[in-house]
Write a protein that binds this ligand. Structure first.
Ligand code: ZN
Length: 321
């Protein structure tokens, strides 16, 4: 049985100050703070998830804030340059105004016929808003208590742009392992789309002369694709291995199960299951309101809380409409 082609599940980057990070993604971009936990591999570091009202796969951008003077990243080959969210076409002017009012420099561009707003988050992570009718097909759930009116909210991912030294090695993994199909090329950019994929199923490749990038504050750590269940994930795992790529075993991330493989262009790919989802340890109403820990860290909650940096979640400003 051929697995269905995965769209994006989440994008994970490294932030600096946790407060600044949460203020930007919640207060400015209007995403919901859906989960506040720790990096399971480094419980002295927070792991924040921002997404739609329910944290639906395909809407979540997640961060490890490196607060103890962790090194800044250096952008280069083998990295995700931009993560792009969908917005409805008639929300474009709203977002230019909203971002500029927040002191964000916005570049306007047009790409494959869609208007695109390019900007960076406070740590320098590249972000885009793509104004496209595809926003209407998104299954993102509006966050009714958010600072952005529902009809203007981000509607989940449109795409990621990966910067690589040369197209072919990464393109071949997208095609042969993940089932992506070449769609178009323009201005040095090659677009691939998951076969039959809806919103969030686009991966763009651009070539860069830069040296291999270094992970650190302001860079994307990995890109995760969605598998509907563990059986489908296992088929992806075998597909990576058949291609001669190193792939991890299945890791329990509490809210989903994950495997990881670094594609030959240098980008770390994850394949994460749809479920069980963020409501597994908090009601949807209360998502993100407290520090959640997986069972295997719960015994050390006091110690973990004492080691974590001080952090106060942003309060959401009224929409002021
Ligand atoms: Zn991940």
């Amino acid at each position: 049985m051929t697995p269905t082609t995965p769209g994006l599940h989440h994008v994970t980057a490294i932030a600096g100050d946790p407060r600044e990070n949460a203020d930007f993604y919640v207060g400015t971009l209007g995403l919901r703070f859906v989960k506040r936990t720790v990096n399971h591999d480094d419980p002295g570091t927070y792991h924040f998830y921002f997404g739609d009202r329910e944290g639906t796969p395909g809407t979540n951008v997640t961060f490890f804030p490196w607060t103890d003077g962790g090194p800044r990243g250096r952008f280069g080959a083998g990295q995700t340059r931009d993560a792009a969210y969908l917005i409805p076409p008639d929300a474009l002017d709203y977002w230019v105004d909203r971002l500029e009012s927040a002191g964000v420099d916005v570049d306007r561009a047009e790409r494959f016929g869609d208007p695109v707003l390019r900007f960076a988050d406070p740590d320098g992570v590249g972000l885009e808003l793509v104004a496209s009718d595809a926003a209407r097909e998104s299954d993102a759930t509006p966050w009714t208590d958010g600072p952005v009116p529902e009809e203007r909210q981000l509607r989940g991912f449109h795409s990621v742009t990966l910067a690589v030294a040369s197209f072919e090695p990464t393109a071949s993994v997208l095609a042969a392992v993940l089932g992506y199909e070449f769609e178009a090329e323009a201005d040095g950019r090659r677009r691939y789309r998951a076969a039959g994929g809806g919103p969030g199923s686009v991966v763009d490749l651009v070539e860069t002369d830069a040296d291999r990038g270094q992970t650190g504050v302001g860079t994307v750590h990995h890109v995760a694709f969605e598998a509907s269940d563990v059986e489908e994930q296992e088929r992806w795992r075998e597909a990576f291995a058949d291609r001669g790529l190193t792939v991890t075993g299945v890791v329990d991330r509490k809210y989903f199960r994950s495997i990881y493989s670094r594609e030959p262009g240098g980008v770390l790919f994850e394949v994460a299951t749809t479920g069980p989802g963020f409501a597994v340890d908090e009601d949807v109403e209360n998502l993100g309101s407290r520090l959640t820990l997986p069972e295997w860290l719960e015994d050390d909650r006091e110690g973990i809380e004492a080691r974590l940096p001080e952090f106060e979640a942003p309060s959401v400003a009224s929409r002021g409409e």
